[in-house]
Design a protein around this ligand. Structure first.
Ligand code: TRP
Length: 486
């Protein structure tokens, strides 16, 4: 192993970690999925539930992940192994690290295809390839874009190349340098687009679509969606945050940085809604979900507006940057593992990973054309990658992390690493022991299709179950009492 001798890279600037982690968190999920979900599930009421999920599940899991990374100073596999052996526990727990790393890689394999859509639409905007007069024309353009494997493959290959180019340059010269201009640039572009939307005449409608407090349309489905999205949008349990945390300097406060990332991520998601929907509503369109929103309705709306092409270009530049700052974080776990364990340079590691990624993502890309008939259990390869990662691997990985931190490892580890005031530490411990695991298990129950938990209607039951689990957990584990006493 080479890292044992070399000092591990660290973020250079005070904001290095926050910018990079926010870059990871802010992605297609924020700009595309969140605004639409909000409108669909009851506006302000959904936003409120989502915030609760971020606080109750997202923040504690993220803090735990960063603590693992900084304590173990390595890729997910090495960091988890070091932290568990420090507590005298079995190194078999490092399987969690393997799963996280694999999960990040699998997400990236389909993410580059979607990011490729964004790049190709940017090109279409610039080159005037989006001239059509109706939604049907736009749908046809979208289909044609996917139908040709060489076209679609070109764009996902480009995303892969740019990602590897940045990651290959290193933590400071590659990742930190690129996020330090891309993230502020993205926010400025979003603000400009909000301003543009504000003059379009659809702003009021967009505002009420997003924020009117409509509890009637908030179903248990919506709550489940909020929970799953809280996980996805913070890039949890896929190696990214843990690896970025392994470059965090000793003195930085994990609690404070986590809150900064969670708040920034949520703000960008809300801002994206305020940028997109005014333009959609001003043109009398409906806020549909799926690829249609960004790749059919929006281009059409831009076309109908003054200076639409200019702002359309701006929009797709912004979207492409959001995707890139996420994709670089997804391979960092794998690249850092290769560098630490295989004695190869970062550049070699990046290009090696890039080749494998290219092969897997090409298979995912083919789901849209040549491989349209290649399905298993009704899912294309692309859909399998999405399903396995978001429904199983991310929740399972998150669950493993919090249970490890809450029940298995020595409490000093996290007390030292998080450095929280005693009352905050107890709150964190309560969250990782009971609240986050319960929240995560709800995702499994749903994925298994065992039961639709009607917790929207019976939240007193949820509290009762939580209290019961807490009681049992505390009876079985005397450690919290010792923690409180010590
Ligand atoms: N958070 C990203 C988004 O909202 C998506 C994502 C999920 C991700 N898991 C990740 C990004 C892991 C980087 C690493 O679009």
């Amino acid at each position: 192993m080479t890292t044992e001798q070399q000092p591990r890279a660290q973020w250079l600037g005070r904001w290095g970690f926050v910018l990079a982690a926010t870059g990871s968190a802010v992605g297609l999920g924020n700009i595309w999925k969140f605004p639409y979900m909000t409108g669909e599930h009851g506006g302000g009421a959904f936003v409120l539930v989502y915030l609760v999920c971020i606080l109750a599940v997202g923040v504690p899991v993220m803090m735990t992940e960063i603590a693992f990374g900084r304590r173990g100073r390595g890729s997910p596999i090495d960091a988890v192994r070091r932290v568990v052996t420090e507590s005298g526990r079995s190194s078999a727990w490092s399987l969690l690290g393997w799963m996280a790393m694999l999960c990040g890689f699998m997400i990236l394999s389909f993410y580059v295809v979607v990011a490729g859509w964004s790049f190709s639409y940017l090109w279409k905007m610039l080159s005037g390839g989006l001239n059509g007069s109706g939604v049907d024309d736009m749908a046809a353009i979208f289909v044609a874009n996917n139908e040709n494997p060489f076209n679609l493959g070109f764009w996902s290959t480009l995303v892969t190349l740019v990602t590897m180019l940045i990651v290959g340059k290193g933590v400071q010269a590659g990742i930190e340098k690129s996020v330090s201009w891309m993230m502020p640039g993205m926010v400025i572009m979003l603000l400009i687009l909000i301003g543009y939307g504000a003059f379009s005449g659809g702003f009021g409608e967009a505002w009420s679509f997003l924020f009117s407090f409509n509890t009637g349309s908030l179903s248990s489905e919506g709550m489940l969606a909020a929970l799953g999205h809280a996980f996805f949008t913070l890039s949890l349990a896929s190696g990214a945050i843990l690896t970025y945390g392994s470059y965090l300097p000793e003195g930085a406060s994990i609690g404070r940085t986590t809150f900064s990332v969670a708040i920034a991520d949520t703000l960008v998601a809300l801002m994206a809604g305020l940028a997109i929907f005014p333009i959609i509503f001003a043109n009398g369109m409906s806020p549909e979900g799926g690829p249609g929103l960004l790749f059919m309705s929006l281009p059409l709306a831009f076309q109908a507006m003054p200076l639409g092409t200019l702002f359309g270009v701006l929009f797709f530049v912004m979207l492409s940057m959001a995707a890139l700052t996420s994709s670089i974080s997804m391979v960092e776990a794998t690249v850092s593992w290769l560098v630490d364990n295989k004695g190869i340079t970062r550049r070699t590691a990046a290009w090696g990973t890039g080749i494998v990624l290219w092969l897997v993502s090409t298979l995912a890309m083919l789901s849209f054309n040549l491989g349209a008939d290649w399905t298993l259990g009704g899912r294309h390869f692309f859909d399998w990658l999405d399903y396995l990662t978001s429904r199983w691997m991310m929740p399972l990985g998150g669950l493993g992390m919090v249970l490890l931190a809450g029940f298995v490892l020595k409490s000093e580890t996290f007390r030292e690493e998080l450095g929280l005031a005693p009352h905050w530490h107890v709150l964190w411990l309560f969250m990782v022991r009971y609240v986050s695991p319960l929240g995560i298990m709800v995702i499994f129950v749903d994925a298994l299709g065992i039961a639709r938990l009607q917790f929207g209607l019976h939240w007193p039951w949820l509290l009762a179950v939580l209290a019961l689990i807490t009681l049992i957990g505390e009876l079985l584990s005397p450690r919290l009492r010792r923690t409180l006493a010590g």
